[in-house]
Design a protein around this ligand. Structure first.
Ligand code: PLP
Length: 450
């Protein structure tokens, strides 16, 4: 058990210096925008804060509100802006392409599209070299599921409970946490136990969870399956890493059942986890299909499915196309992203700063009972808040207070998890050690004020 919470000793240091002052903003203010949002935007739209912030600019790891106040963006858009907000190289590549041609996709030959496909293929292991572009992570996963079904001639897909794969018909079916919220048609999807070391029924025994997948194959299918889809680290589900040994064992079962293994790297890809460019690489596996979005275009709408020539061949002569997927403006942004990650050593930075921040968060966990678990890799970290460590009671209202206080100090952050009690830390990969200290201080201060 943690020692009793100390006095509010942890006054956060001031935000690291940053050499930029935004021009004065004279547009509509927060109250007016909120009123418009309530009237004209989907009611399912939600915000985490009592008083939502009107963000008018973003520069690298910082956001600016209508009064020019600076915030540390610890959510990184939604794990999208890996290079930093408005990174100059990404902005100029995009504007340059806008001035040349804004749309062409499959109709004509265009280097912005083919050149990026080649660069992306070079980042992939094995024979993963054929790229299909989409507009989003949802579309990428829909296509991956369809390819697996076409290739194998089977319908059965295995997905992991607590995963998030998107919000169209097929991907909603693969997203078990949606079942109670939407009237989802889940034809052909089997949901496996979540291999979650903190909350899962088998603790951190990856082989026991993998046995559950084998059982689903044996008892729920003909013995043949279309495939298995999984994030490597669950993002929306609350930064949950699969228990050790799980993925290699499951991949082997799926292959024996004739299925394809799909790695959803929408959130964890593009250097976010620090140790590797793709998160699945940490498990020594090579998927048959990899899906990606978010960080691929630094927030510009773009997604992709990458697979082998043999598997991709199932789409030959089926006239599969996507009007906007692979738009040259988006692929120009994507190409710039790859160059920036390499040039600025963002993967190495994610590893170094992420490891440092995780150490600090673990030290905070030792001091505050409210922190039940600290997990994740690189700059994809999660802090699960509980009101009772033994019962793991989700701290649903407390997390909102922590976030509110952090916002007041100048840190914006996301939350997730099935119970909505996990702080999700996925900042731009240019996050510095000073930012990490500021973040950890702000979190500690909020916890000490609960
Ligand atoms: N897959 C994962 C792992 C995600 O985190 C998300 C979105 O959060 C998606 C798929 C869906 O992507 P999009 O929102 O771009 O459709």
């Amino acid at each position: 058990a943690a020692s009793p919470a100390p006095e509010a000793e942890a006054v956060p240091r001031t935000m690291p210096a940053f050499d930029y002052t935004p021009p004065r903003y004279s547009g509509p203010r927060a109250a007016e925008i909120l009123a418009k949002r309530n009237e004209f935007l989907s009611p399912s739209f939600f915000h985490f804060y009592k008083k939502p912030v009107n963000i008018v600019e973003g520069k690298m790891q910082y956001l600016f509100d209508e009064d020019g106040r600076r915030y540390l963006d610890a959510f990184g858009g939604i794990a999208t802006v890996n290079c930093g907000h408005c990174h100059p190289d990404v902005v100029s590549a995009t504007i340059d392409q806008m001035n040349r041609i804004q749309h062409s996709t499959v109709l004509y030959l265009n280097h912005a599209i083919a050149g990026f496909a080649e660069a992306l293929a070079k980042k992939m292991p094995g024979n993963l070299k054929v790229v299909f572009f989409t507009n989003s992570g949802t579309e990428a996963n829909e296509l991956a599921l369809m390819i697996a079904r076409l290739y194998t001639g089977c319908q059965d897909i295995i997905s992991v409970r607590n995963a998030y794969h998107g919000n169209a018909a097929g991907t909603m079916g693969a997203t078990a946490q949606y079942n109670w919220k939407f009237n989802v048609v889940q034809s052909g999807v089997h949901h496996a136990l979540n291999p979650d070391s903190y909350r899962g029924v088998h603790g951190s025994d990856g082989e026991k969870y993998a046995k559950d997948v084998q059982d689903l194959i044996d008892f729920g299918t003909s013995g043949h399956v279309a495939g298995f889809i999984s994030e490597t680290i669950q993002g929306v589900g609350g930064i949950v890493e699969h228990a050790p040994g799980y993925l290699p064992a499951v991949y082997s079962s799926i292959k024996k059942a004739g299925g394809l293994c799909i790695a959803d790297e929408v959130q964890a890809g593009f250097a976010r986890t620090g140790s590797h460019f793709w998160a699945f690489e940490a498990h020594g596996i090579v998927p048959d299909i990899v899906t990606m979005a978010k960080g691929i275009g630094n927030g510009i709408p773009l997604g992709a499915v990458v697979t082998t020539p043999e598997i991709a061949d199932v789409l030959t002569r089926r006239c599969y196309f996507n009007t906007f997927g692979g738009n040259p403006v988006c692929t120009a942004a994507g190409h710039a992203v790859l160059k920036v990650i390499e040039k600025e050593k963002l993967q190495e930075n994610a590893h170094a700063v992420g490891s440092y921040l995780k150490e600090r968060l673990l030290a905070i966990k030792d001091k505050y009972e409210l922190v039940g678990d600290v997990r994740g890799r690189g700059l994809m970290l999660g802090v699960e808040l509980v009101t009772d460590r033994r019962l793991k009671t989700p701290a649903k209202s407390e997390i909102l207070r922590v976030m509110e206080q952090m916002k007041d100090i100048g840190v914006l952050i996301g939350k997730g998890g099935f119970h909505g009690n996990v702080l999700r830390i996925t900042p731009p990969l240019c996050f510095t050690k000073e930012d990490a200290d500021f973040f950890a201080d702000a979190m500690e201060y909020s916890l000490s004020n609960m």
